[in-house]
Structure formats: structure tokens, C-alpha cells
Design a protein around this ligand. Structure first.
Ligand code: HEM
Length: 150
């Protein structure tokens, strides 16, 4: 019981870090910023990556060794959609992460132009992420599980 509560708590805590890191990046990313800002955004990106790993680990723990049988989730297309969105968010995050890693080193005062594609990638991640809690609540209630054929 305690382990379940702890895993769930870490699932939520790491989700909060994922949201905060992306919102922080979105606030800081303007057309042209000093390299010091890119370095700061990259630190948010590191926090984001660590939190995503924690979300995935606690998600898998809840799925395979939580209070409900794994089949409760494995058979639910809502859960499949949640996992697909999670994967999509991960894929969309690659381009910005590579950009931040490439442009963080050098003269901190030098100005760096932020491509529109980077800003839009972070925005798309945030939009997809905003859908996840809805899918999570639906799947936790078992909504979406196909009804057994009579
Ligand atoms: C950014 C991604 C994610 C978000 C926003 C998210 C959100 C949530 C939320 C809000 C809940 C609580 C639902 C409730 O009790 O009503 C939850 C539970 C859960 N999540 Fe996630 N989650 C994410 C990623 C994942 C991943 C990647 C997995 C699986 C690998 C996962 C598996 C689970 C499981 C199994 C539960 C327990 C549901 C239950 O109590 O029956 N989650 N998640």
C-alpha cells in the first residue's frame, strides 16, 4: 500500500516538473536571446529529461505492479493513446534538445536566434501534455475498456 502511494506521488511530482520545465522554456524562448538564456533553457531541458524518466518508471510500476491488474490498462485504447502521446512528446522534444545542447556553449552575452520551429516544438509538447491528465483520469476509471462480447 505504502509503495503504491509513493509511486503515485512520484508520478505526480515528476509530472509537475515536466510541466514546469516546458513552461519555463516557453517563457524564456523569444526570437533572439543571449547565449546565457540558451544555457538556462538547457538546464530546464535536463530537469525535463530526468522527470520524464521518473514519469515513465512510475508509470510502468503502476501498470505492471500497481493495485490494478496490468490487463486493466493493457486492454484499454485510452491507455494506448496515452502511451502514444507520451512517445510523440518525446519525439517532438528531440529537435529542441539538440538545438539547446549545440548553442549553450560560448560567449554568454552573444545573441542566439531561436528558430520558430524550436518555439513551436515546445508549444506542441505543451499542448499534447495538457491532454495527458484527461486520458489518465479516463483510463484510471476504466473508461475505454472494450466491453466483453455477450
Ligand atoms: C506526461 C505523461 C503522463 C501524465 C500527464 C500522466 C498522468 C497521470 C495521472 C493524472 C494519473 C492519475 C489518474 C487517476 O488516478 O485518476 C496517472 C496514473 C497512472 N499513469 Fe500516468 N501519466 C503520464 C505518463 C504515464 C506513462 C508513460 C505511463 C505508463 C508507462 C503511465 C501510467 C499510469 C498508470 C498505470 C496510472 C495509474 C492509474 C490508476 O490509478 O488506475 N502514465 N497518470
Amino acid at each position: 500500500m505504502l509503495a503504491d502511494i509513493l509511486v503515485r506521488y512520484i508520478h505526480f511530482l515528476s509530472l509537475a516538473v515536466v510541466f514546469a520545465a516546458l513552461i519555463g522554456q516557453h517563457v524564456l524562448l523569444k526570437g533572439t536571446v543571449p547565449r546565457s538564456t540558451v544555457a538556462l533553457v538547457q538546464r530546464f531541458d535536463l530537469a525535463y529529461a530526468i522527470a520524464v524518466i521518473a514519469v515513465l518508471a512510475t508509470g510502468l510500476l503502476q501498470w505492471f505492479s500497481g493495485s490494478k491488474p496490468a490487463a486493466f490498462y493493457s486492454s484499454n485504447p485510452v491507455f494506448h493513446t496515452k502511451l502514444t502521446l507520451f512517445l510523440a512528446i518525446g519525439l517532438v522534444s528531440i529537435y529542441p534538445s539538440v538545438f539547446f545542447g549545440k548553442h549553450r556553449k560560448g560567449d554568454p552575452a552573444e545573441l542566439v536566434e531561436i528558430p520558430k520551429g524550436i518555439v513551436w516544438s515546445v508549444r506542441i509538447e505543451l499542448l499534447l501534455l495538457a491532454l495527458m491528465p484527461l486520458l489518465a483520469v479516463l483510463m484510471a476509471k476504466g473508461l475505454g475498456i472494450p466491453l466483453a462480447k455477450p
